[in-house]
Design a protein around this ligand. Structure first.
Ligand code: ATP
Ligand code: MG
Length: 505
């Protein structure tokens, strides 16, 4: 008889009225990379949290390496050799990288004061080096860009020598290059005998790295297959119950209109410099580049979050100074930020309030009276058009699955009167169906004369959606591509810092 690393059977879990999991049974082999895919809200994270002890199942059985295991808290899970990288970061922003990596261990009885700190930093550095990422173990996690925070999450799980490693959307914030490094680490772990559960909305990745794929839909397990026996379309159809002819919807009409934004020789305190670019009505301008190349920093300067130190911004031909977010909003610039947890959402507020928060004016009836009916109607419209899976509009945003939280952020900014909309990684953690909805929405906004800036680390997305692409490299625009010249190869050629060219193939 086969012994499985994990065998769950008949798992049920409800959150109040929401059925998150219904009768889920699944076997994970020792020594395999097992991918789990499914739409936003399908129940993937809930199942993983049950295995990690963060959530308790209502019923059902779990066996780990053939032995029945009653996982009721994170400590029992960890003792069984299960390590998890959560979809939503679980790091302490005010502690250093090294402390975060060993945080769980610090809490295991010993006082923080008694920890041999030198040792801690040395060990942290070893793990980070092994992963191939240069992150300073002394830095406070809260000051790191999200991609590096993810690296810390991964390092934290690896520091515990887990026999079973669960990764819930580990690459959502990583670029292709960083993803490659992670894959190399995972292959090494698998060769050394670790079982890996890998959750991702990026199907290319899933096909590349997994041995088997399990597909979930509406809290149930649809099927488990050998990866080689499936193709991408079949997976999408199982996940969504729909078929997609293409992943990037075409725009009905592309009519590039008058110039809506022009930036000349812009430099900002955050390090971007010599940026000159233009955006027209009806246009989708992609910003590509590696993590840290300055894309997000540019967006932040334009949105009044970081101080502009040099250069000019023209809005509809008018020279405009933007010193604050209020200035930006007044000038009809909207930013859908990449870090939804810190900048995009107020987690303990209701879904409805989060959606309407950016545009109180739009729902005010008399001076300070919020028109509740109007607010609710708008909220319902978004839930519908973006297919947001909610129990109710009054539930806290924290009760939503990761991808559905992202859709609420998008809804929030669509609910304003902006004319220039900056989407920073809008489809991070969003399933294929919802991605398609967000793309369609961007297209229809462009058709209606908005100017759209799309920042994305997913090359296929930038190529598939942009009319024009500005490639960032070391804080400035290294080049622009337009029309048929917009290809992944050309973008990468411009994106790689000159000093690193010899490293590439
Ligand atoms: N703490 C909670 N309170 C109430 N409902 C919840 C809670 N956590 C999850 N849910 C609900 O359970 C269902 C499954 O959510 P889960 O997070 O497992 O989905 P997922 O497959 O991981 O989705 P995603 O791809 O968006 O991360 C969703 O309908 C979600 O809204
Ligand atoms: Mg999830």
């Amino acid at each position: 008889m086969d012994t499985y690393a994990i065998e769950v059977s008949g798992i049920h879990k409800r959150y109040g009225g929401v059925r998150a999991l219904t009768n889920v049974s699944l076997k994970i082999r020792a020594n395999e990379i097992h991918a789990i895919v499914g739409e936003n809200g399908a129940g993937k994270s809930t199942l993983m949290k049950i295995l990690s002890g963060a959530v308790i199942r209502d019923s059902g059985n779990i066996a780990i390496f053939g032995k029945p295991a009653d996982i009721t808290n994170p400590i029992t899970s960890r003792a069984l050799g299960i390590g998890i990288i959560y979809q939503e970061f679980s790091l302490a922003p005010d502690l250093t990288v090294a402390e975060n990596i060993f945080l769980g261990d610090l809490n295991d009885g010993r006082s923080r004061l008694l920890v041999p700190f030198k040792d801690l930093f040395r060990k942290a550095k070893l793990i980070l080096d092994r992963l191939g990422f240069s992150v300073d173990p002394h830095r406070l996690v809260g000051t790191l860009p999200v991609a590096y925070q993810q690296v810390v999450e991964i390092a934290k799980a690896l520091s515990r020598d887990a026999r079973i490693l669960i990764l819930d959307e580990p690459t959502a914030v990583l670029t292709d290059q960083e993803t490659e490094k992670l894959f190399a680490v995972l292959s090494g772990l698998k060769a050394a005998g670790t079982s890996i559960i890998y959750i991702s909305h990026r199907l290319e990745e899933v096909f590349r790295i997994s041995d088997r794929i399990s597909i979930m839909k509406d809290g149930e397990l649809v099927t488990t297959r050998q990866t080689g026996d499936l193709d991408k379309n079949q997976v999408i159809t199982h996940m969504t119950g729909r078929e997609f002819a293409t992943l990037f919807p075409k725009r009905e009409k592309i009519e590039i209109g008058e110039e809506i934004l022009r930036v000349e020789n812009l430099a900002a305190q955050n390090g971007v410099h010599d940026i000159t670019l233009k955006l027209h009505r009806g246009e989708i301008l992609g910003l590509s580049g590696l993590i840290g190349s300055g894309r997000t920093e540019f967006a932040r300067s334009l949105f009044g979050l970081d101080r502009v130190t040099h250069g000019d911004i023209y809005l509809k031909g008018q020279k405009t100074v933007i010193r604050s977010v209020d200035d930006a909003k007044r000038n009809r610039i909207g930013l859908i930020p990449e870090d939804r947890k810190r900048q995009g959402l107020t987690l303990n507020m209701s879904i409805l309030n989060n959606m309407t928060m950016a545009n109180i004016a739009g729902i005010l009836r008399y001076a300070l009276l919020i028109d509740r009916k109007r607010e609710r109607a708008r909220g319902e419209k978004f839930v519908d058009s973006l297919r947001i899976k909610v129990g109710g509009l009054d539930n806290p945003v924290s009760s939503l699955s990761g991808g559905n939280q992202q859709k609420v952020v998008v809804a929030k900014w669509l609910n304003t009167e902006s004319e220039i909309l900056i989407f920073d990684e809008p489809t991070r953690g969003v399933d294929v169906g919802a991605k398609y909805e967000i793309y369609q929405l961007m297209n229809s906004l462009a058709e209606r004369g908005y100017g759209i800036i799309l920042i994305s680390s997913e090359l296929a997305e930038v190529v598939g959606m942009s009319d024009r692409v500005a490639v960032f490299n070391e804080g400035t625009v290294a080049g622009e591509l337009e029309g048929v010249a917009v290809t992944e190869t050309e973008i990468m050629r411009l994106a790689i810092p000159v000093s690193n060219h010899h490293l590439g193939g």
